[in-house]
Write a protein that binds this ligand. Structure first.
Ligand code: ADP
Ligand code: ADP
Ligand code: ZN
Length: 215
């Protein structure tokens, strides 16, 4: 199964991708995570990416397309994958279509997680993650069962992303509307687009997605 989770920053793409990854044994391909690893490597390319990301803008299509092209060839993608954060522009979507077509493959589902912008600033501002295993949490909506201790791995170290401050989030939402929202009619035309109500509780959104992918 090959699917895309589409939605603005904070919609719940990463949260839902984790469930899908476990339930269907798919690879979770988050271009945001790949870019943060590139930044952490300290390379020249990483430095350039960091500047773009901290301004809430998009990294160039060429870099992103090369990154995904290499990644989907890897062994763990054989059983399928969930794209989280890619494609983000029409050019990226077209490049993805070409990559898949050349291997005789196609997308099974593109799932739009529908949310409203005002709430997204809160979602992102309250977001933090475990340093060790990456499990995502939220100040109001998803706290660890034992305060200060990761549910998954027991670590006590957490981090917040620098680009999750309200000013940067507003710019990221603008770039979503200008550059990524045009993907909705693009995928509607090819008949793979489905939508879920992303304002519902985390477990409710998971159920909505499950009922789409199980059909
Ligand atoms: P995205 O990957 O789309 O940017 P995340 O999955 O990181 O979004 O979710 C953003 C924040 O909102 C996280 O702190 C997460 O725990 C929380 N969250 C995700 N889905 C929901 C939901 N349906 N209701 C409330 N909070 C949510
Ligand atoms: P979120 O889950 O909050 O939407 P991501 O972690 O997916 O954010 O992405 C963080 C940042 O990385 C984006 O704001 C953008 O600068 C960059 N980025 C991630 N994926 C892409 C992509 N496909 N194309 C261009 N830039 C990207
Ligand atoms: Zn953890």
């Amino acid at each position: 199964m090959k699917l895309i989770l589409l939605g603005p920053p904070g919609a719940g793409k990463g949260t839902q991708a984790k469930f899908l990854q476990e339930k269907f044994h798919l690879a979770h391909l988050s271009t945001g995570e790949m870019l943060r690893a590139l930044v952490a490597s300290g390379s020249e390319l990483g430095k350039k990416a960091q500047e773009i990301m901290s301004n809430g803008q998009l990294v160039s299509d060429d870099i992103m397309v090369d990154m995904i092209r290499d990644r989907i060839k890897q062994d763990d993608c054989k059983n399928g994958f969930i794209l989280d954060g890619f494609p983000r522009t029409i050019a990226q979507a077209e490049a993805l279509d070409e990559m898949l077509e050349s291997e005789g493959k196609r997308l099974d589902h593109v799932i739009e997680i529908r949310v409203n912008d005002e709430e997204m600033v809160n979602r992102v501002a309250g977001r933090y993650a475990c340093d060790k295993c990456g499990e995502g949490y939220h100040d109001q909506y998803k706290q660890p069962k034992v305060s200060g201790v990761c549910d998954v791995c027991g670590s006590k170290e957490f981090t917040r992303r620098k680009d999750d401050q309200p000013e940067t989030v507003k710019r990221r939402l603008e770039s979503y509307h200008a550059q990524t929202a045009p993907l909705l009619p693009y995928y509607k035309k090819s008949g793979v687009l489905k939508g879920v109500d992303g304002m519902a509780d985390i477990s409710d959104v998971t159920q909505q997605i499950n009922s789409i992918v199980s059909h």
